[in-house]
Design a protein around this ligand. Structure first.
Ligand code: UT7
Length: 320
């Protein structure tokens, strides 16, 4: 059986930068509070007329040229529309035909699920060239009056191109879920449980609602479990890993993870200071930056770990 290798990466971030100082003028907060509680200094905000598929297009346009793309999977919790999928919209923008397209929803862990699906398409011969994307227009689902959430999130899109190889590539993944914790991080309205109405809009129920301290607690435990499980399943220790790419929600979570698992902080990739939490787009954007800044190179082992609404959590082991 072939292996699936990441042969190219891409990303796109909106030009508009919203700093903590800017937020001080919008809500009752301070640069000092946001920096010390989260590590975030600024985030990017997409233009009002830009949808997730537009951002995805800009992230992939340079890596798809002349490639025979036969699969598009878009991870997003902020899709253009409930249907058609963001992946279908993207295929139209790219002028593709003969291509399987679907969206995948697993909140902040969505990219790892999308990558795993892409890997299985490639390994079983169902795809020869797959485009795996995470695109999140989080700013469209934020209550800009809720200081406990609006300071945390940002917009962005990241992507990888997968092709079959003989060895290396994506080695394995670990996934787990705790559905009992579904209520601590959610967008309550706009689905079949609570369809859109004047009342849901008035009450801001189409925006992200989070019990921050509860999510914080489980995020540390869940990501610790995901790292430990994948290392032990592959008979590896953290010393074998060149770089860890944790979900970019809060620097305190990442530092606690380092401490608990005795992983040196410099082995943890961090870019949340510049972008905030971009939900599932955080992982491919971090991967692209780590590769392009030469922090990691061909042959290195990297471990991506994520946690998000659901409660979902995952880890992915990759030989670059
Ligand atoms: O992507 C999915 C994963 N998401 C996460 O992993 C997020 C996990 N949670 C967190 O990162 C943290 O819980 C937060 C950053 C969201 C909040 O930090 P915290 O240290 O847990 O603060 P808290 O929610 O316990 O709030 C402490 C205080 C409260 O005031 P009182 O009640 O003590 O007077 C809040 O009202 O901080 C207040 N507060 C703020 N103050 C200034 C909350 N947000 C702000 C703000 N600026 N933006």
């Amino acid at each position: 059986m072939k292996r699936a290798k990441i042969v190219a990466t891409g990303k796109w971030l909106p030009e508009r930068v919203l700093t903590n100082i800017d937020l001080e003028g919008i809500i009752e907060t301070s640069d000092e509070w946001i920096t010390t509680r989260t590590g975030i200094k600024e985030r990017r905000i997409a233009p009002a007329d830009m949808a997730a598929s537009d951002m995805a297009y800009l992230a992939v346009k340079d890596i798809v040229k002349n490639e025979p793309i036969d699969l598009i999977i878009v991870s997003t919790s902020t899709p253009d529309t409930i249907f058609p999928s963001t992946a279908c919209r993207l295929s139209e923008k790219l002028g593709l035909s003969n291509c399987a397209c679907f969206d995948l929803s697993a909140a902040c862990t969505g990219f790892s699920y999308a990558l795993e699906c892409g890997r299985r398409f490639i390994e079983t011969g169902g795809s020869k060239c797959g485009l795996i994307i995470a695109s999140e227009a989080t700013s469209k689902f934020i209550n800009w009056k809720d200081r406990s959430t609006c300071v945390l999130f940002g917009d962005g899109a990241g992507a990888v191109l997968l092709k079959p190889v003989e060895k290396g590539g994506i080695i394995g993944s670990y996934f787990n879920t705790n559905g009992k914790l579904g209520e601590i991080l959610k967008i309550p309205a706009g689905g079949s449980k609570m369809p859109a109405s004047a009342e849901t809009v008035e009450k801001n129920l189409h925006t992200i609602q989070m019990d921050g301290p509860e999510v914080f607690k489980y995020a540390v435990l869940a990501m610790s479990e995901a790292i430990e499980r994948i290392l032990s399943a592959n008979s590896l220790s953290s010393a074998d890993i060149s770089l860890f790419i944790p979900h970019q929600a809060n620097l305190r979570i990442i530092n606690l993870l380092s401490k608990r698992l005795k992983i040196p902080e410099e082995k943890m990739f961090v870019n949340l200071d510049r972008y905030g939490n971009m939900m599932s787009a955080s992982q491919p954007i971090a991967l692209d930056e780590a590769i392009k800044s030469k922090r990691i190179k061909e042959g290195d082992l990297i471990l991506m770990v994520a946690v998000g609404g659901g409660f979902t959590y995952s880890s992915t082991l990759i030989e670059l």
